[in-house]
Ligand binder design. Structure first.
Ligand SMILES: [Zn+2]
Length: 103
């Protein structure tokens, strides 16, 4: 199972649901106590910040996101920790504008 194409299909949803069960993830919304969630149809990723600016060439953290159907609370789960992505898959090919030194 991987997220290389960035889409969340039925197989991936089954994997995520099984992972939630194995980890004992509660699907009760912490804000409104609803238990009806939907899943984003694609992988999303917060980006690294430099000061107050997003570094579009910096590190990325792909996440599986679910949204409460009642109050719109969004919960994010790190796809790397879920075994769906490898850190080397999310590094940008060209980090020459990030200010980082090449190895
Ligand atoms: Zn809620």
């Amino acid at each position: 199972m991987s997220i290389e194409d960035g889409k969340i299909d039925n197989d991936l949803l089954l994997y995520v649901n099984d992972w939630f069960k194995k980890k004992g993830v509660s699907l009760i919304c912490p804000m409104c106590k609803n238990s009806d969630w939907s899943t984003f149809d694609c992988i999303v990723s917060p980006v690294q910040m430099i000061g107050s600016e997003p570094n579009l060439y910096g590190r990325r953290y792909p996440t599986i996101s679910i949204v409460c159907e009642n109050c719109a609370n969004v919960q994010q789960f790190n796809a790397i920790h879920m075994g769906l992505a490898k850190p080397d898959l999310i590094k940008p090919d060209d980090n020459s504008q990030s200010g980082e030194k090449s190895e």
